[in-house]
Design a protein around this ligand. Structure first.
Ligand code: AHR
Length: 335
């Protein structure tokens, strides 16, 4: 591993609090069985949870969905209702309202964008349904609208990529293009800010273009094709996730250039496809964003269900990888 910086509020602290609730799965009324529910028996002693997922835009998201669905099972004491919002906020608001109407015990969701959640979260609060944010933040001023937010520190992720670029590539003048994540989403806002902050004092680093590729491989490729046509002198691509970086590789190769040599790529996530490209030298550096949030979400819910408390912000641990570290990690990579 290249770097293992722990975040300011450590995950270990969160786990210490969560550990209090382990093994204490108090029974409560379950919800009815919905089309997307993992339980067909109407709940019984199970804890009913409505989860609204962002979509299926990336390899990271697929791993995150699997982690949640594999963990919040009937055998583990949960009755999970799961919905995919297809990257649309209106779909998430509709899903959350349906969970409120259904009377689930808990609502968890990963907000597609940061703003515009106060009304629906207030509705959940009025219905006495605790809300847990996973992966992405909301910008609501009223933090009583949710119990906790568990996920990575996206600003820190962007900073770590920026520091690596500054130290390893910014020793001479370089032109950087940025593939941003979904406009208005916490990771797109924070990763942009973190990278800009880490590189601002290096006069060699010039960000010549920055556009959204919506966290998808296809849009990453399309935006990179446009960049390649508009700017003949790109040195580095900073992609807010691996999928867009992989799309950029396709565009660079189609333009007759060699990714990793003619144009370097740095990204965030650490999914298998990204790590494979890193091990082959097509990507130069990846900061991890851990998608395996299911087990910790389960612990949080059980802790709350048992009358315990959880920290308002639980930051998960992320590693970082260069080519050698990726080669070492790949054989046992879970996602
Ligand atoms: O919110 C996490 C981000 O969302 C991941 O980095 C990206 O791949 C996903 O789409």
């Amino acid at each position: 591993m290249v770097s293992k910086k722990l975040r300011t509020r450590s995950f270990a602290a969160g786990i210490a609090v969560l550990a209090l609730g382990l093994g204490a799965c108090a029974g409560s009324s379950g919800s009815g069985d919905g089309a997307t529910s993992s339980s067909g028996d109407g709940g019984g002693d199970l804890i009913s949870v409505g989860f609204s997922q962002v979509g299926s835009e990336s390899g990271w998201r697929a791993a995150n969905t699997k982690s949640i669905q594999d963990t919040l099972t009937k055998d583990a004491g949960f009755d999970l209702s799961f919905s995919d919002a297809q990257q649309k906020q209106e779909n998430q608001i509709q899903a959350i309202r349906s969970y409120i109407a259904k009377g689930v015990d808990y609502i968890a969701f990963s907000p597609v964008v940061e703003s515009g959640w106060d009304s629906v979260l207030e509705e959940a609060k009025q219905a006495n349904i605790p809300v847990i944010l996973t992966d992405r933040a909301v910008d609501s001023k009223d933090t009583s609208l949710y119990k906790t937010f568990i996920g990575s520190d996206f600003i820190e992720e962007g900073k770590r990529v920026g520091e690596w670029v500054s130290d390893n590539l910014g020793t001479e003048p370089i032109n950087v293009v940025e593939l941003q994540g979904t406009t208005g989403s916490a990771p797109a806002i924070d990763r942009k800010e973190g990278f800009a902050d880490a590189t601002k004092d290096n006069p060699n680093i010039k960000i010549i273009a920055s556009e959204t590729g919506n966290f998808t491989r296809a849009e990453g490729k399309t935006v990179m094709e446009g960049f390649l046509q508009a700017y003949p002198d790109i040195d580095v691509v900073y992609a807010h996730n691996d999928d867009m970086g992989l799309g950029a590789i396709e565009a660079i190769e189609a333009a007759g250039k060699v990714p990793g040599k003619d144009i370097k790529i740095v990204s965030i996530d650490g999914v298998k496809d990204g790590m494979t490209a890193l091990s082959e030298g097509k990507i130069s550096y990846i900061v991890e964003c851990n998608p395996l949030l299911g087990p910790d979400l389960a612990k949080i819910i059980k802790t709350l269900h048992d009358g315990g408390t959880v920290e308002p912000r639980i930051v998960t641990h992320d590693d970082a990888f260069d080519q050698a570290a990726a080669k070492e990690a790949l054989p046992t990579r879970q996602y």
